[in-house]
Design a protein around this ligand. Structure first.
Ligand code: ZN
Length: 253
């Protein structure tokens, strides 16, 4: 990692009035969260088509039986997961008034655990549940209690609608209000900082492009090359934690 590049990123962020952050899976890798889509990962052993929103609507009991079986066979302990230096650096930048909004593709809730407040979760959150009918959000504990104490499928106490985790499932549209807010933040910022995302899938790919089209500078931090490296002002191919710590130290120090 070249210190020139970190310094260039520090200068850009310091010279900006409204910095928006964007994070993908690479921001959580150092917290030990595996890439479930990698070979041998969870989605190699299960058929994603069994877990679509359509499968839940078609046969909710079968959906939940498979879901619970998958949970039992999952070695990964979500309760042991903690924020890493990249989450902490982004929270510190927000607390100092440098970062206005954090858009994330991650569903792990680690940004909020680190203290970030204005977080837009494009793919929802695994720390909450929701009703598919009245769209009410519930604590995850309520869903878990229903799964153990009540017959399948778990249903909403208010409207009897089907409950599910508040993550965006396969085949489910992204939450419209979150997506609109993210696009607005990308449009209005003057510096867009992306961390740990290859930026190859939508809507991730379009966010930095929207920012760039509207005059924002782009800073890319990712282990691998991304789809917007050629348009970025600063590109740092490195791990997120150390890079973000140095960036936050440089900006706030
Ligand atoms: Zn409901």
């Amino acid at each position: 990692m070249s210190s020139d590049t970190i310094e260039a990123a520090v200068d850009l962020v310091r010279g900006s009035d409204d910095v928006v952050g964007f994070t993908g899976a690479g921001a959580s890798t150092e917290s030990g969260i595996p890439d479930f889509r990698s070979p041998g990962g969870l989605w190699d052993r299960y058929d994603p088509s069994d877990f679509t929103i359509q499968a839940l609507r078609r046969d909710p009991v079968a959906y939940w039986e498979k879901r619970l079986e998958m949970r039992e066979n999952q070695e990964f302990d979500w309760n042991a997961v903690e924020p890493n230096p990249s989450h902490e650096a982004l929270a510190a930048l927000e607390a100092a008034g440098v970062l206005s909004t954090l858009i994330t593709q991650n569903v792990d809730g680690l940004h909020q655990a680190a203290g970030s407040e204005n977080v837009l979760e494009l793919h929802g959150s695994r720390r909450a549940a929701k009703c598919l009918h009245c769209e009410r959000r519930l604590p995850l504990e309520t869903l878990d209690r229903k799964l153990t104490e009540e017959p399948l499928p778990p249903r909403c106490d208010d409207c009897d609608g089907l409950l599910k985790r508040a993550t965006v499932s396969f085949g489910e549209a992204l939450p419209r209000d979150v997506l609109m807010a993210a696009k607005r933040a990308a449009t209005e910022c003057d510096c867009f900082l992306t961390v740990g995302s290859s930026l190859t899938v939508e809507p991730a790919a379009s966010m930095p492009r929207i920012a760039s089209r509207n005059g924002a500078s782009l800073v890319v931090v990712n282990l691998e090359p991304t789809g917007i490296d050629d348009r970025a002002d600063v590109v740092i191919h490195a791990k997120a934690g150390e890079t973000l710590s140095e960036l936050a130290d440089g900006v706030l120090g």
